[in-house]
Design a protein around this ligand. Structure first.
Ligand code: SAH
Length: 246
């Protein structure tokens, strides 16, 4: 059997690079995103009734690298320090036989801008440009299982770092997000607090400087014990149109 699916929309998110994307949805609530619907799905009638649901499931394709990379029967989840292996089907790794992602996110309604229809969401863990295959309402009585066991990922990960900003970074933030529309400061704080470094980084204690990208801006930060310092926030190099401009 062979199936062909086309995306119903594309996700526009602050995550313009894979490094920094949280490992599950809702860990970074400041991450506001949109699903821009593609024709013929860009019609309000296809969403009638969704306003009563606070959350929805997104089904999407891990389109960056994962399609070409193929899969292995075992993976090393960052949760286990990137050391211990588990079966791919016991993991949420993006590298799987069919690289399809599943995330529950908050939804904040439809928004029409001229011809374009988009659904606003928050807390997503999707790369900017991710193709969306489907979305479905989150149905609490069926989908929430309070007694469920979470295996090696039982507890919600604790924040790893207290995040501070250098004077330069604070100035740059004030310049680049003067009206707070991008929620850039909160976003940086929440992304870095949950420690986006790969699980194996504890083997390289000498490596302390990192760069990640949010809204196409390069964010430089440094690790110092339980603290992370944001040293600078650089404006986008060229207007490549990859940032969402929410
Ligand atoms: N909640 C989803 C995703 C978990 S894996 C699920 O359980 O299926 C989360 C990781 O997916 C992120 O850290 C990011 O690196 C990766 N990711 C997100 N969007 C992606 C995309 N479009 N292509 C490849 N990897 C992606």
């Amino acid at each position: 059997m062979h199936f062909e699916f086309e995306p119903i929309g594309l996700c526009r998110s602050p995550y313009t690079d894979k490094f920094g994307i949280p490992r599950q949805p809702r860990l970074v609530p400041a991450a506001e995103a949109r699903i821009e619907l593609l024709p013929p799905y860009d019609r309000e009638e296809a969403f009638a009734g969704l306003e009563g649901f606070s959350h929805l499931w997104l089904l999407f394709v891990f389109h960056q690298d994962c399609l070409a990379a193929g899969w292995r029967p075992q993976v090393r989840p960052p949760r286990l320090g990137g050391r211990d292996k588990v079966g791919v089907f016991a993991s949420r790794s993006p590298y799987r036989p069919n690289p399809i992602g599943l995330s529950a996110v908050a939804q904040h309604g439809l928004e029409r801008q001229g011809k374009r229809l988009a659904l606003r969401i928050a807390g997503a863990d999707l790369l900017d440009g991710t193709p969306i295959l489907d979305l479905k309402p989150y149905v609490p009585y069926a989908d929430a299982i309070p007694e469920a066991e979470g295996g090696f990922a039982n507890a919600r990960p604790q924040a790893r770092f207290q995040v501070g900003f250098s004077e330069q970074a604070r100035h740059q933030l004030a310049e680049q997000d003067a009206d707070g529309r991008l929620r850039l400061r909160e976003l940086i704080e929440q992304v870095i607090a949950q420690d986006p470094r790969p699980g194996y980084m504890d083997r390289y204690p000498e490596r302390r400087e990192f760069v990640l990208q949010l809204h196409a801006r390069e964010i430089h930060w440094r690790v110092d014990g339980d603290r992370a310092w944001v040293t600078s926030v650089h404006p986008p190099r060229a207007a490549k149109g990859s940032s969402i401009g929410l």
